[in-house]
Design a protein around this ligand. Sequence first.
Ligand code: ADP
Ligand code: MG
Length: 603
Amino acid sequence: MSRIRLLSETVASQVAAGEVVERPASVVKELIENSIDADARKIDVIIRRGGISLVRVIDDGCGMDRDDALLSLERHATSKIRSAADLQAVATLGFRGEALPSIASVSRFRLSTRETDAVAGTEIIVNGGKLETVRDGGEAPGTQVEVRSLFHNLPARRKFLRSENTESRNIEHQIHLQAIGHPQIGFSLMRDDRMLFQLPPAATLSDRIRDLYGVELLQRLAEVTDVASPSIRVHGFVGQAGLSRQTRTQQLVFVNGRAIQSSLITAGIREGYHTALMKGQYPVTFLFLEFDPAAVDVNVHPAKREVRFRDPNGVREAIVRCIQQTLEGGRAAWQEKFRAPGSSPAVSGKAVPDLTLRPDIAGPEESHRELPHLGPTVISRPAVAGDLHSGTKVTTDEPPAPIPPKRDRSQQQFQIIGVLSKLYVLMENADGLVLVDQHAAHERILFEELRRRMEEQGVPAQKLLLPQTFDVPPRDADWIERNLSVLQKMGIGIESFGPATFKIDTVPSFLNVSDPVQFMRKVIDDLKSAGNSTSAMRLGEEMIAKTVCRHAVKANDPLRYPEVEKMIRDLLDCDLPYCCPHGRPTMIQISLAELEKKFGRKI
Ligand code: ADP
Ligand code: MG
């Protein structure tokens, strides 16, 4: 007896729906993409109960005549491609001809559509995949799709839905993605009869980002500089160093206008940020990559969330380069922040600022205190014990900050007011108040200093009185063998001394190593866990980043004013001054506007 039979069209659609329609947000995605492909200028989304009870998407696009409207509900019916060859260069968001029939098979579905010049429109009602009604409809030109009771006939799938709140948030995120990807289209979202947002068509991406996320975020973004590559064009915005999020929700990447998820691109972004990103945090990106459509395969994933690149390495490298360039390019703007109020904008980026200190704070007593020296000389100093975040109250041994003396500040780039809690350097600039974390700032300075030395001549090494040998597991031995030259550049003199035995005879002189073998084991562990994709130099950077923390000035290390001054100046000279090598910000700005708000001068 034969056991194989063809599935009915409805069941086949329901099976396909399992791939395309995972949750209400996928319905929203598919419907919006159809509207975009139909050249809509305005897309309104209405949802109820997390989209489970209702999703309605209304557009003012080209609409469909009756024949097309009926055909659009058939499986594999699409106006967007005609042959497999067209798949090589898909210019629309859709092309599989699956979404509408899939959605209609797992919901109570209504399509109402009308072409611009048509006298009447068409209304079609489908229930769980069964066509119920086809009649003339009288709605405005464009298309309206209503999806009610999603998965009412697929209880297994319905059980997998999350809370209404979570589903709503997914939908909101989906609309954000589309809105960022298509700034020229107006979007609105109404949730349970409440208008969540209404975005007018925007002239530029930055306008759209501002309308959606506010001007504060926009100000912390840098416009990406394109990479000189014949095969890829990059544009958009990424967060300046020091800006990060606890989740991935603002890490948006678009390939040829399509929001995608790609571990390759994510890794590229991460590597581009490198020390500019805190561990466990995610960058903020609105990154647009444009390729020759033939260089990307979008037909990998039913929901088209993933793509395949013809030249993955090229793509990754371009992204790393793009992010690095962009972050370093933001430096001039950042230095601008340190300009004292009213100073001339003619001071150039790298010029050594004429820092005028107020003698009343840099008193003689203060300047004679024994203090750690800043700059390169500090690197041989043994680690200072101390808790970075200890003590946050204002110290009282400093005189209250008086009004700065009136003087010609045209040369000044920054104006130090004092040091708070032996940790935060307070400075005044044109925008208001700048707080610099002296520890983070010093870490950044040391980091770049050591990295430069490592790149130029290798870090200075210090000979051990007694070379030591140690055994490692075979995998580690292999790792050490492969990285010998890098380790040497980092001041670690190590050589093979048997199958899985090594001899260590020098350690970096900037470190205070009491037990070289234990130190080596730690270095190996740290660097191995630092990631598999890290290049040789990156390993060195990683080690430096891990060690500078222990050598930088701490909270509670009181600094003399000339030292604070030098530190700020050194910081401004760094490639990436805005954050410490662990990605924490080195400074924060509190604007006069914020202060005015806090003091109730402005609402
Ligand atoms: P695909 O988008 O992959 O072609 P769909 O099932 O999503 O498949 O849609 C089928 C067809 O219905 C589309 O190719 C398009 O011609 C038409 N269509 C769907 N939605 C709209 C809309 N909002 N406006 C105009 N035409 C639409
Ligand atoms: Mg579609």
